[in-house]
Design a protein around this ligand. Structure first.
Ligand code: S3P
Length: 433
């Protein structure tokens, strides 16, 4: 098979073995970039995410008056704007990044001046009403284009609200907290599912105080942020592709150093354990509130069992569901996913694309509005895979291709660079053939 700039050939592997240190977590990098841009003083971030999405966040804060310097060692230095963004002449380009668009909207809603946020074709299809509603209640002036980007924001003086998020979304929670931190009075966000809490931890690291109870976060308004020095932990959602790849091969052994292990992000380790994989965690440390550690994975000699993912688990695993579905045919009793309707409004309709690509590989799969049933005990063949321009689909099916019979061609493979430009090189470095 022939590769082009946008296509990758993946051959079956015999085993997965090696040791990896992954680029910084995308969610943490976004929050540090945005808060560093608004803070007073310099923020220095090592192991910042190498993904294009986080470059979009840096580009936006630079356009808003922060000074952003990328050092040759990959570190990022941001001289913040001291609490006051400067309205740019051009629209703010969020690229493919929903996190940038939604969380930055929260910051901008309380600033002075007019701002326009735009994104690529995929981002311009994604729902933005979920941030408009709470920000509107706070007194923000925010106009969408038929529920989508472009978003126009006329900065306003905001008041705190008490808000229950109707959908589990860390981006919405963070957008409201980012606005609340600048508002008059206190803002409280209630959530029924504890979504990733990097926003809360980053706010604290940058000097804001907030309080957390079991299902709510409360932040006082008119708080000031100051720059920080931090090393961003390795991205566990990027590690997910390698963890799942290793879980496929009895005899595999893969080690991750300095991996982010925030409990609101590490549910995949529990699921892989439930499927029979051996997961070891060592050297656990806390840095700026984030847990970081070394993880070792070995596949079960008898192969993986099966499981059902639904309810709160589906929300906590939302970014890992495509790769779990993609390896499900190789388990003994399959994986059932429910309550994951949000997958349909990610960078692509991930339920439809996972089902179509599994079928292209010869798998049996049943699609539901909010999930998938993927029976186990299947043999897949290599196929042409369509990433739909979605990074996680490109990577999930590269992993599925490692256990297929024959080669696969991943179309739209360049999308991996949205979160993980090193993905294909690292995959080749640990795959034994
Ligand atoms: C993210 C939250 C999730 C996730 C996305 C990153 C974040 O989105 O899918 O990749 O950094 O807060 P939602 O908040 O829309 O569920």
């Amino acid at each position: 098979m022939q590769e082009t700039a946008t296509e990758r050939v993946i051959s079956p592997a015999r085993n997965i073995e090696g040791s990896l240190r992954l680029p910084g977590d995308k969610s943490i990098s976004h929050r540090c970039a945005l808060l560093g841009g608004l803070a007073e003083g310099v923020t220095r971030l090592t192991n910042f995410s190498t993904g294009a999405d986080c470059t979009s966040s840096l580009g936006c804060v630079a356009a808003l008056g922060a000074q952003v310097v990328r050092k040759p060692d990959g570190a990022v230095e941001i001289s913040g704007t001291g609490g006051q963004f400067r309205p740019p002449a051009e629209p703010l380009d969020c690229g493919n990044s929903g996190s940038t668009m939604r969380m930055l909207s929260g910051l901008l809603a309380a600033q002075t001046g007019s701002f326009t946020l735009v994104g690529d074709a995929s981002l311009s299809r994604r729902p933005m009403d979920r941030i408009r509603k709470p920000l509107d209640q706070m007194g923000a002036r925010l106009d969408l284009t038929e529920g989508h980007a472009p978003i126009r924001i006329e900065g306003a003086a905001l008041s705190g609200i008490d808000y229950a998020t109707p959908i589990p979304s860390a981006q919405v929670k963070t957008a409201v907290l980012f606005a609340g931190m600048q508002a008059r009075g206190t803002t409280i966000v209630h959530e029924t599912v504890r979504t990733r809490d990097h926003g809360e931890l980053a706010l604290r690291a940058f000097g804001a105080s907030l309080e957390r109870s079991k299902d709510a976060v409360s932040i006082a308004g008119r708080q000031k942020l100051h720059g920080i020095e931090a090393e961003v932990p390795g991205d566990i959602s990027s590690a997910a592709f390698f963890l799942c790849a290793a879980a496929l091969f009895p005899g595999s052994n893969l080690i991750f150093d300095a991996l982010g292990l925030n409990p609101t992000r590490a549910t995949l380790l529990d699921v892989l354990t439930a499927l029979g994989a051996h997961i070891g965690v060592l050297n656990l440390e806390e840095k700026h509130g984030e847990l970081v550690g070394t993880v070792q994975v070995n596949a079960p000699p008898q192969g993986m069992g099966g499981t059902t993912i639904s309810g709160a688990l589906a929300a906590q695993l939302i970014d890992e569901l495509p790769v779990l579905a993609a390896i499900a045919p190789y388990t003994r009793s399959g994986i059932r996913i429910r309550d994951a309707k949000e997958l349909r409004v990610k960078e692509s309709d991930r339920i439809a694309l996972v089902a179509a690509n599994l079928r292209a590989m010869g798998a049996d799969v049943e699609e539901f509005e909010d999930g998938l049933d993927v029976p186990g005990g299947q043999t897949l063949h290599g196929a042409t895979i369509d990433s739909g321009g979605d990074h996680r689909i490109a990577m999930a099916f590269s992993v599925a291709a490692l256990r297929a019979e024959g080669e696969s061609l991943i179309r739209g493979a360049e999308a991996a660079a949205i979160s993980f430009p090193e993905f294909f090189d690292l995959l080749e470095s640990v795959a034994e053939r």
